[in-house]
Design a protein around this ligand. Structure first.
Ligand code: NAP
Ligand code: SF4
Length: 670
């Protein structure tokens, strides 16, 4: 008897039977944009197909150039492209899986000057104002969708997903917020729905019955002027009648100010929306957002919230997610921790997506895990993310690996991160590595600070000795009210009611959240961000009611620029909004004059003006880190060569994404 009977139950869709209830949702990797990258994209999907997922959806392809997300972005508009896609669809079918092509017309989210929409209204997240389409123009867009679906069929895809949510083109017609038309494509809810329904109806006519049409339906717009619940239900019924095979859940427009996918969003936070929608249609309904573990997916399905779950990022993190669930090895899953650092943040920076915890994602042809030809003995020092990644990757290739860690636990900086409210899931990565150490037979020495003598006799020495917090040269820095972030977060030393945080990088922001916030349950999280009952509130928007802050916190930096400017594009705004919710006072352009019994004395600007005393009980220092390289220096002095990775290599830009990737690349080369 499986632990996940609902998750692993096949689903009969008439002309096709899906082997389980998991869909790999659409995730743009950047490999879609050039036909020359198709072999890489094929390898990426083939690896996930081998991992047991029954149905996958590609990243978005525009049905024409006006629908481009970015200039020269991915399109499927001609037969030459369709022929090339055979490489991808054949690779997926050879592994026994299925794949649908997502058709995504960006409308006013198109990042170019030729964008079109229902009305000429600029999106708040895009500098380009769209042109309002004429009646003929709307009909041409519908033709483009239908032609694109026909080409997808010709290319060997098993279906298409029509992207009708997240505030893209179709969504822009559905909502009064963006559709001010008075012709047959606007004015009344029926008219606003016409575009979506026509696209599905005409597509079904063209592609025949034995082809999947998934429609991604925005069930909670999470923006002012979004659709009412009656609109959502009526649309669902009409989409079903028009010939859709499956309805997928979309939550929130890209311009919404409610987080929907970052780590701090509780798991399965939005499946109740799908559950409210599901009784209104007969075709299978998919739910999504923040489902990353088989147990969570099983609970959602067992509750009857949906017929299927869709996950996108979890398949970047672990292509074998389904296989591991099927063989009761969930403890081996490399869980997506929803950090967005190597996936969505890359996409928004126009870089190719990968995954922080799995740097091989979307680089399968480049980073191949091949057995070593010559087995070596390798010592790895430091069991933070870099050391762990190096140790298990080298061991997996057949090397004999010993891992030395001075602490009693593995995890390094992730051990600190997991203490931050909303970042508890970083513990999953530590759990994953702990299990992988066991499986790959790495010999782990905990509580052992390796010295030069311990490392004698190894063929290779990898030093991932990490960092120590920087101690800035501020008069009074040794005052008893001063603590480092490690003392506060990991050692839980007592902190007063009024606190100054020195340094507003990623850790200063995290520490400010740690000092002001307790981890909310789902109800408190929804109240904090203003997520209401979609069946009662238009767009599911309620008035935000954040919990009061636990303390008065000042967050300071010397730079004059925006606080948290270095945070990720897709997560930084959430952190900044969370600080605002807790009334954290942010001070920029600060000079730290001294710390004494009165508190922290500061002035502002190059001329050291406006002296101010922050009468705080505690000062927490988050002023970056210094690399720990004593062992490297000592080994080199004895003539040994070493490989330095992670924060011990570059502490100035210490981040786990770089550390894990550097470690993995090194281990693949040893
Ligand atoms: P960081 O991002 O380098 O920030 C350190 C901050 O301390 C800087 O903002 C700097 O700002 C200040 N500072 C530096 N030297 C100082 C000095 N001598 N005196 C006073 N202030 C000084 O380092 P971090 O916050 O420790 O983060 C470490 C790494 O982890 C970063 O790569 C970060 O991106 C990553 N991280 C990311 C997140 C996230 O994305 N949410 C969370 C945690 C960590 P001023 O010079 O302007 O004062
Ligand atoms: Fe998940 Fe982070 Fe990997 Fe993206 S980079 S897939 S959010 S773990």
């Amino acid at each position: 008897m499986s632990s996940y009977p609902h998750l692993l139950e096949p689903l009969d869709l008439g002309h096709v039977v899906l082997p389980n209830r998991v869909i790999m949702g659409s995730m743009h990797t950047g490999l879609e944009d050039r036909l020359s990258d198709l072999p890489k994209l094929a390898a990426y999907f083939a690896e996930r197909a081998r991992g047991g997922v029954g149905l996958m959806v590609t990243g978005g392809y525009a049905p024409n150039r006006t629908g481009w997300l970015t200039p020269f972005g991915s399109t499927l508009v001609n037969r030459r492209q369709a022929r090339k896609h055979r490489l991808l669809t054949d690779a997926v079918h050879a592994e026994g899986s299925r794949i649908a092509l997502q058709i995504l017309h960006a409308g006013r989210y198109s990042y170019h000057p030729f964008s079109v929409s229902a009305s000429a209204l600029k999106a708040p997240i895009n500098p380009f104002k769209p042109r309002a389409l004429s009646d003929r123009g709307v009909r041409k867009q519908i033709e483009a969708y239908v032609d694109c679906a026909a080409l997808a069929r010709e290319a060997g895809y098993d279906g298409v997903e029509i992207m009708g949510s997240e505030g893209y083109f179709i969504n822009q017609f559905l909502s009064e917020r963006t559709n001010k038309r008075t012709d047959r494509w606007g004015g009344s809810p029926e008219n606003r729905r016409r575009l979506a329904v026509e696209i599905v109806r005409r597509t079904r006519e063209r592609v025949g019955d034995d082809f999947l049409i998934i429609y991604r339906l925005s069930m909670a717009d999470l923006v002012e002027g979004g659709q009412t619940w009656d609109d959502v239900v009526a649309l669902g019924k009409e989409i079903e009648a028009a010939g859709a095979s499956i309805i997928n859940t979309g939550i929130g427009w890209h311009e919404a100010r409610v987080p929907t996918i970052v780590t701090s969003v509780p798991r399965a936070a939005f499946t109740s929306v799908t559950a409210a929608f599901k009784p209104h249609v007969k075709i299978p309904v998919v739910t999504s957002n923040r489902i990353n573990l088989p147990q969570v997916a099983e609970e959602v399905l067992a509750r009857g919230d949906a017929d299927l779950v869709s996950m996108a990022r979890p398949f970047l993190a672990d292509p074998e997610w389904v296989l591991k669930a099927t063989t009761d090895r969930a403890d081996e899953i490399n869980v997506c921790i929803a950090c967005n650092q190597a996936c969505l943040d890359h996409v928004f920076a126009k870089k190719k997506a990968s995954c922080m915890v799995n740097p091989r994602a979307a680089r399968e042809t480049e980073l191949q895990l091949l057995p070593t030809r010559r087995t070596k003995s390798i010592a790895v020092v430091g069991a933070g993310p870099a050391g762990l990644a190096a140790a298990v990757t080298a061991a997996e290739r057949g090397h004999h690996v010993e891992l030395f860690e001075a602490d009693a636990e593995i995890g390094g900086q992730f051990g600190i991160a997991q203490q931050i409210p909303g970042k508890e899931e970083f513990a999953e990565t530590i759990r994953y590595y702990r299990r992988r150490l066991e499986l790959t037979g790495v010999k782990l020495h905990l509580g052992r600070r390796a010295g030069v003598d311990d490392l004698a006799g190894f063929d290779e020495i990898v030093l991932a000795t990490g960092v120590v917090p920087r101690v800035p040269a501020i008069p009074g820095i040794d005052h008893p009210k001063v603590l480092s972030y490690v003392e506060v977060v990991r050692e839980r030393q007592p902190v007063g009611d009024t606190v100054a945080v020195i340094g507003a990088g990623g850790i200063g922001v995290d520490v400010s959240e740690f000092l002001t916030t307790t981890s909310p349950d789902l109800a408190a999280w929804k109240a904090e961000w203003g997520v209401g009952d979609p069946t009662l509130l238009r767009g599911a928007l309620a008035v935000p009611r954040p919990e009061p802050s636990l303390r008065k916190v000042y967050l300071l930096q010397r730079k004059a620029g925006k606080i948290g400017a270095g945070l990720g594009k897709t997560t930084g705004w959430v952190h900044r909004a969370a600080l605002k919710n807790k009334q954290v006072e942010q001070l920029r352009g600060v000079n730290y004059e001294r710390i004494d019994d009165e508190g922290l004395h500061v002035t502002f600007g190059p001329k050291r003006e406006k002296p101010r005393v922050l009468a705080v009980d505690t000062v927490v220092v988050c002023a970056g880190q210094e690399p720990v390289r004593d062992l490297a220096d000592a080994l080199r002095a004895t003539g040994r060569s070493v490989h330095l990775i992670g924060g011990a290599d570059v502490a100035a830009e210490l981040d786990a994404k770089r550390a894990i990737e550097q470690a993995t690349r090194l281990a693949l080369a040893l």
